[in-house]
Design a protein around this ligand. Structure first.
Ligand code: NOJ
Ligand code: MG
Length: 558
């Protein structure tokens, strides 16, 4: 190690933001790893990942050091939207296995101390769900149609757009129209109908009885629509950039959704163990999101405003401060997330040309970002995130530093966001490419046959687990170190203070009975001198001892 030339900086201004929690439920601090099952590991060689594949790789997840997994939908589905078009909520798609495989997976995860969260999709069903088929057969005015949003002209369809492009209404043979905020194969359910409520309460019980630890609730902010189904007059570009409140449109963040979640929370609380639910609610601003995590609703909500923060010290500080203050105001843990199956992988997103663009929109004309710089920033961003008090989410493959696969050929793409969008938006397939496990193996070890439902690019071999495991400086070893130190120092629960070191440096102290950990992320162009008195616990780039370079983060202690 080179001798330290720098001396401790004088005491800096400190802004106290957050106190540690007094209680220790697992979901307050858990690191939760998202498995996108079709792309994780394929045990039967058909080119689609499956439940057996996840089970075979549990030891890897245990070794990585995560507390829980969240598995995206594995239910019977025509796969019009990657399984978020559910045809039967209480079974497993044969592509993924059987209910017995689900039981085995839950048991095997629990044996390793890994909790299991599954995905519930309550806003819509597949059009191949028996309920929608019955609605089509029964005709206008029937109780079967009353489970969905069937309407007659005139007055409707209104001007609501589908999230994936085109109108949110499709006409059926008898002339009525049905609402689908997503693909036309995903009709919206009508949550004013008690049968819908009963069906989902039964579904939650079905899976709670099988031992799951909780649920991720898909588009939790969409279930209730404002009465009258009036036209939208929002500036969509501003809306998609998060510049308008979510409830500026009549089908998002309506107050009525909270009644549903209060009932679900009571149901979860009637089960032994700390069963938990997390809201996938793209709700802004933070005080509106905090309403989802009041004491009798969700335990957690994804923090997408943090995900959307630009690579800028002021923006990150503001998000950390606002997140913690709003979560604290209702006694909920903050959550943190950088990647998932819907957004451009953060190793690519953090260097995109227009950083305020919605993270799920990948335009066909966007310039290809710099992979090296992207990975460097991604590692630093993760090092900051995993030090923050609360619960963090990881998305499969980010621990390998995977990039977005922008170059997928059009004929390989499956995402309705691409298929409905006329080719302007490339969609989300590029963050769903199967995981590389072994460089010199068929499909990079995704299976034994070499089949892969999306093609893997050649450079994925260099990211393979076997190339990174045990190699100093690899992204996988960085994640393992961050998770190990986070556990040793119990960083999920501590007080947090923002420290004023330099305007272009984010610095914070997390303090608990294990001591104080100082996290420093350098977003400026000049290196930041690490004080001679500090010990480096972990750094996002190798070889950091006395100077912290641009786009690097470090965890320090005295
Ligand atoms: C959010 C899911 O994460 C996304 O993948 C899906 O397309 C929509 N909800 C519709 O279910
Ligand atoms: Mg398979």
């Amino acid at each position: 190690m080179s001798p330290r030339k720098h001396h401790a900086t004088p005491e800096s201004a400190v802004e106290h933001v957050h106190d540690a929690f007094g209680t220790a439920e697992w979901w307050r601090t858990a690191v939760i790893y998202q498995v996108y099952p079709r792309s994780f590991a394929d045990s039967d060689g058909d080119g689609n990942g499956d439940l057996g594949g996840i089970r075979n790789r549990l030891a890897y997840l245990h070794d990585l050091g995560v507390d829980a997994i969240w598995i995206s939908p594995f239910y019977p589905s025509p796969q019009a939207d990657g399984g978020y078009d559910v045809a039967d909520h209480r079974d497993v798609d044969p592509m993924y296995g059987t209910l017995a495989d689900a039981d085995d997976l839950i048991a095997a995860a629990h044996a390793l101390g890994i909790r299991v969260i599954i995905d519930i999709v309550p806003n819509h069903t597949s059009d191949e769900h028996p309920w929608f088929q019955a609605a089509l057969a029964a005709g206008p005015g029937s109780p079967e149609r009353a489970r969905y949003w069937f309407v007659d002209s005139p007055g409707v369809p209104n001007n609501w757009p589908s999230e994936f492009g085109g109108p949110a209404w499709t006409q059926v043979a008898d002339g009525q129209w049905y609402l689908h905020l997503f693909d036309r194969k995903q009709p919206d359910l009508n949550w004013e109908n008690p049968e819908v409520r009963e069906m989902f309460a039964g579904t939650l019980r079905f899976w709670l009885d099988r031992g799951v630890d909780g649920f991720r609730i898909d588009v939790a902010h969409h279930l209730v629509k404002a009465p009258g189904l009036s036209d939208v007059d929002a500036d969509w570009d501003a809306y998609n950039r998060g510049a308008l409140p979510t409830n500026a449109v009549p089908f998002a963040d309506q107050d009525g959704v909270h009644d549903i979640y209060r009932q679900w929370r009571a149901l979860l609380d009637s089960y032994p163990g700390e069963r938990a639910m997390v809201a996938e609610a793209w709700v802004t601003p933070h005080d509106r999101l905090a309403r989802y995590v009041r004491a009798d609703e969700f335990q957690q909500a994804f923090n997408f405003d943090y995900m959307r923060a630009t690579w800028d010290a002021d923006a990150l500080r503001a998000q950390i401060r606002t997140t913690l203050r709003n979560a604290d105001s209702v006694g909920a843990p903050a959550t943190w997330v950088l990647s998932n199956h819907d957004v451009i992988r953060h190793a690519t997103r953090l260097v995109r040309a227009d950083p305020t663009m919605a993270p799920w929109i990948l335009e066909a004309t966007e310039p290809r970002p710099d992979t090296g710089l992207g990975l460097r920033r991604a590692r630093a961003a993760t090092a900051l995130m995993l030090a923050l008090p609360g619960s963090s989410y990881l998305y499969q493959g980010e621990e390998l530093g995977l990039r977005e696969v922008i170059e997928l050929p059009a004929k390989a793409r499956t995402d309705p966001d691409f298929l409905r969008g006329g080719g302007h938006r490339l969609g989300r397939d590029g963050c769903r490419v199967p995981i590389p496990w072994t460089k010199d193996a068929p499909a990079f070890g995704f299976n034994d046959t070499g089949a892969s439902w999306l093609p893997q690019p050649a450079d994925f071999g260099d990211y393979a687990v076997d190339r990174q495991r045990g190699r100093d400086g690899s992204t996988l070893e960085l994640y393992r170190s961050l998770l190990a130190v986070r556990r040793q120092r119990q960083l999920g629960n501590g007080s947090l203070a923002l420290v004023d070191l330099r305007p272009d440096v984010v610095a914070l102290d997390v303090t608990n009975d294990r001591g104080t950990t100082r996290i420093v992320l350098n977003l400026g162009s000049a290196p930041w001198p690490i004080p001679a008195s500090a010990r480096v616990l972990v750094a996002s780039t190798d070889g950091v001892t006395d100077l912290l370079p641009t786009d690097c983060a470090v965890w320090l202690t005295d």
